[in-house]
Design a protein around this ligand. Structure first.
Ligand SMILES: *[C@@H]1O[C@H](CO)[C@@H](O)[C@H](O)[C@H]1NC(C)=O
Ligand SMILES: *[C@@H]1O[C@H](CO)[C@@H](O)[C@H](O)[C@H]1NC(C)=O
Ligand SMILES: *[C@@H]1O[C@H](CO)[C@@H](O)[C@H](O)[C@H]1NC(C)=O
Ligand SMILES: *[C@@H]1O[C@H](CO)[C@@H](O)[C@H](O)[C@H]1NC(C)=O
Ligand SMILES: *[C@@H]1O[C@H](CO)[C@@H](O)[C@H](O)[C@H]1NC(C)=O
Ligand SMILES: *[C@@H]1O[C@H](CO)[C@@H](O)[C@H](O)[C@H]1NC(C)=O
Length: 496
């Protein structure tokens, strides 16, 4: 018997002798699926826009580019995956087919693909190379198969095109191992031929072929588009949503950004944005500065969403040096801010606890399994952090154990003024969800209090972080504070 097994049995034994534990509270619907949970835990994915557009300096290819333009002499999918992994991304998503209809794999349903290109003498397969590099590195793989196809003659003929599209989808979902995400959108040019996409059939088939995958579109079913291409979520952001309120290709951006506190479906949001002005690589474009990436991180991951950052490989088939440099700075900056959680040094207590296994100290343990739960039917829900010495901070992190449903609808942080001894409000927020990061002017105190003001059910808190972001601090005038006009009533920095 191993030591672990022994420990396991002895802990069972000691449990059986003590009083039985109070059970967990009832989860509150809607709940995430296991695929959605896994997706959310990944926090960041890297998008790879690549194809003929990379060589023709365009964003929306016409579908008429000669396949001979596609010739990435030094293509190395291992480099893409390595950079994604080193920079903290959990998944990569490739444009297997963009609107121009060109396939990065040798589809048997068209000649408009890598097999008609000079790259690897027409024997190459970008999807296969990426799938194998990702599997090797332990990074998840996602694929984008554009519904809009400007090349294929079947486009515009509803039955024919749906058959064509699903046959290509089947190739992608059966030949390349495990696929973690299938990405679709409703993009279509003005005046484009009218036809119907059989979304319900598509979604059923995708789930049948890849039960571990989440499907992204403007309206789910598993993951929703945030409603803009800036990577910015609403400051209120529910994973709850009514799928019936959204139509692919025609959604209300505000509804997508905020979700719906009364929503029936669990459809969390993904924030897609490109590191460069365009989605495809262009020789004259440069990546965004690291400060911008950090801002987007706060506004996406820090608002209960997944950050999908597009890093387009260049025409050599490699991620450019400039992009690699910014990604490295981004990783280092993020680490420098979030490596040091001051809350770990605090003595933590709460107004009440549901039972000994739901104690307030649980908010210092990473992961969602352990959480603080208050006793039932309380008027006040408060967590206290007491420090031996005053701490200087300007970021609050809060997490909910979303496997139990998203609950918190309003909360605020207070601190005791070092001089006057009075409690003062630091920042106020609405939703939390998987992760919430709030920035505010730098504060100093020895006593903090997180107060949940409103929740859909007893609030549960799985993590609290208190950080000092020196980078955002120095670049801002902290006396310039504005209260947003919107219903969120959240204290935000005026960073315009
Ligand atoms: C591809 O990239 C990886 C990771 O950067 C590197 O180790 C490898 O040598 C490259 N392969 C080729 C053929 O350049
Ligand atoms: C491609 O074909 C040419 C001419 O047939 C040959 O010289 C070359 O070695 C081939 N390259 C590859 C990568 O197979
Ligand atoms: C979402 O659906 C629920 C239940 O049907 C409903 O109460 C709520 O008002 C809906 N939300 C919107 C914005 O229509
Ligand atoms: C693509 O990026 C690599 C660095 O990874 C660089 O060596 C190469 O010159 C770039 N190609 C182009 C066309 O800029
Ligand atoms: C924790 O807070 C409760 C309620 O305010 C209080 O009764 C209790 O003494 C505190 N526990 C400790 C160890 O300070
Ligand atoms: C910050 O803003 C305040 C009020 O607008 C101004 O008085 C102060 O000079 C500014 N400080 C800096 C360092 O810009």
């Amino acid at each position: 018997m191993s030591l672990l097994t022994l420990l396991f049995f002895s802990s069972l034994l000691s449990l059986s002798k003590s009083t039985p534990l109070k059970p967990h509270p009832l989860p509150i619907l809607p709940l995430p699926s296991s695929q959605q949970l896994q997706w959310q835990l990944g926090s960041m994915s890297m998008f790879l826009h690549f194809g003929p557009n990379t060589f023709t300096d365009s964003e929306w290819g016409t579908g008429k580019a000669d396949p001979s333009v596609f010739n990435p002499a030094h293509l190395n999918a291992t480099q893409w995956v390595q950079i994604a992994k080193d920079s903290g991304f959990s998944r990569v998503i490739l444009t297997a087919k963009h609107h121009d209809g060109f396939c990065l794999w040798p589809s048997v349903y068209t000649d408009y693909s890598v097999k008609s290109s000079p790259w690897r003498n027409g024997t190459g397969d970008v999807v296969a190379e990426l799938a194998s590099a990702a599997a090797e590195a332990g990074i998840g793989l996602g694929l984008y198969l554009s519904p809009w196809d400007r090349h294929d003659g079947a486009y515009g003929k509803t039955l024919e095109y749906n058959e064509f599209y699903l046959s290509q989808m089947t190739e992608l979902l059966t030949k390349y191992g495990e696929i973690k995400e299938v990405w679709l959108d409703g993009a279509k040019g003005e005046g484009e031929k009218d036809m119907e996409y059989y979304f319900t059939t598509w979604f059923s088939l995708i789930h049948q072929l890849q039960p571990g995958a989440v499907i992204f579109s403007d309206a789910g079913p598993d993951v929703r588009w945030i409603g803009d291409e800036a990577g910015v979520a609403g400051s209120t952001c529910w994973s709850l949503f009514n799928r019936t309120n959204a139509k692919i290709g025609d959604t209300d951006p505000l509804y997508s950004q905020q979700g719906d506190g009364f929503g029936q479906d669990w459809v969390p949001a993904e924030c897609d944005v490109s590191i460069r002005p365009g989605w495809f690589w262009h020789v004259l474009e440069s990546p965004k500065p690291v400060a911008k990436l950090l801002d987007i991180y706060y506004n996406s991951v820090g608002r209960n969403c997944l950050f999908l950052l597009n890093v387009p490989p260049n025409s050599s088939g490699l991620i450019s040096e400039q992009d690699i440099k910014v990604l490295k700075e981004f990783r280092e900056l993020k680490n420098s801010i979030f490596a040091n959680n001051f809350a770990r040094k605090a003595f933590i207590n709460s107004t009440s606890v549901r039972g000994s296994q739901f104690s307030a100290e649980n908010v210092l343990e990473e992961g969602l399994d352990k959480y603080w739960a208050p006793e039932e039917k309380q008027k006040e829900w408060e967590l206290y952090l007491e420090f031996r010495d005053p701490v200087s901070f300007n970021v609050l992190e809060v997490q909910e154990p979303i496997q139990m449903g998203q609950r918190v609808a309003s909360y605020h942080l207070e601190m005791r003024n070092v001089e006057s001894g009075k409690w003062e409000r630091v920042v106020r927020g609405t939703t939390v969800g998987f992760k919430r990061l709030l920035r505010f002017p730098r504060c100093e105190s020895r006593s903090l209090k997180l107060v949940v003001d409103k929740a859909r059910a007893d609030p549960l808190i799985s993590y609290i972080g208190i950080y000092l972001d020196k980078f955002s601090d120095s670049g801002r005038n902290s006396s310039k504070i504005t209260i947003t006009r919107t219903l969120q009533e959240e204290l935000v920095l005026n960073d315009s």
